[in-house]
Ligand binder design. Sequence first.
Ligand code: GDP
Length: 468
Amino acid sequence: MDIACRRDTICAIATPIGIGGIGILKISGADALRILHSLFVKPNGERPAAFESHRLVYGWIRDPETGDPVDEVLVSYMAGPHSYTGEDVVEINCHSGYAVLNRMLEIVLRQGARLAEPGEFTQRAFLSGRMDLSQAEAVADLIHSRSEKALSQATRHLRGDFGREVNRWRELLMDLEAQVEAHLDFADDLSDEGEPELEALLDRVRARVIPALERIVSRYEEGRVLREGLSVVLVGKPNVGKSSLLNALVGRDRAIVTPMEGTTRDVVEDSFWVAGIQVRVLDTAGIREKPDAIESMGIERTLRSVDEADLVLWILDHSRPLTEDDDRIHRRIAGKRMLVILNKTDRPGPTGVEAARSRYGLQGDILEMCALRAEDAERLKQVLERRVLKDILLSAESTFAVNRRQRDCLARALEALERACALPHPESAPELVSEELRAARKELDALLGLEADEALLDRIFSRFCIGK
Ligand code: GDP
């Protein structure tokens, strides 16, 4: 997308299309006000002489070509730069329904507006300096938030808390860069008292920037769980009770439960909430030695989902002996973060906690349960909260949860600063110090979108829905 042609006037339906109380059509750009004048009439049929900014006005939209009334509306005009996009913005609140909204959109398009691309309103807000890139990304996160915790993180980003923090680091780095440059220019005059000065500058980086960046980068995983939810995969040989456990966790019959082996042939996904965090749980095909062809495909997917999951719930069956099928699964999930469950403890059986522990050298607790009892599923949720989610919840309060792109920028900035601080004799290579400080600062610029290229912006904004 070319920046110059972004200045044309765009419009989109900003609310979900369907039958509802109200639907909103949004217009942004230099022609927004002219278009409003051409469509809107007061209840007495007259055209208003002017629209006051940031005021709701009641009236009707009339098709300018036929003169037909289209809908009874409330319209508002927000004069730029005090609007979401920084441009003139018009919002038309009409009744919601496919026909009304589409007709409205078609009329506005006929008046010379163009259909907005996904995220284009927010992209304009970013381009006109109304928000930095981390705030723009937060708009998408806010819309996509599926849990309270993710929402509160997105709100912090949107308010600009994170952007301001990054800006403070940037300013410090720019300041230091300037001082090192001065040091370079006057190196001959300053050779004596200049040396400790450079170390002192790097000490400020060590004390004020590096620990803060380290904290955010190292807690990325926790933040990611907060934003996207925790992905948990249920594994175990056929008939251990995986589907029963999934149903108990989500509180309804989601997966088919049968006493026949090999019934779950593909991955079934559902989710539940623990302490405000979404837990996405996958029930998988049991892994066994001689599956049929379709079941084999299911097993392939199981193995893939094990690799991608944050946590494996490995289920063993109390009522049957441990077999090679269990051994094979154990080998496959070794090294993953896991919670071991001994299921069907309501029945007598040969496999106790100790047997499992010694066969597989397991250290942590093994949760004994009966997947058919709702209270046992609740107990499992409490274990998840205490053992797995506690750290995530704690870090949510103490740091910023960043997305992958932001994490990568911070990690590269951190590397550059660490290189600068690790120079054995910085005073003998001030130009290297300066180079690394600049490299770090440029990463922070990129994080805030100060030097974002078109391809990056298009990638970020394409995550948005149309009308935002
Ligand atoms: P999957 O193949 O691992 O998904 O196992 P299912 O959930 O389909 O369960 C297999 C059989 O074991 C079904 O008949 C379930 O009713 C039964 N089952 C599952 N969990 C328990 C349990 O904790 N106790 C008892 N007694 N039966 C269970």
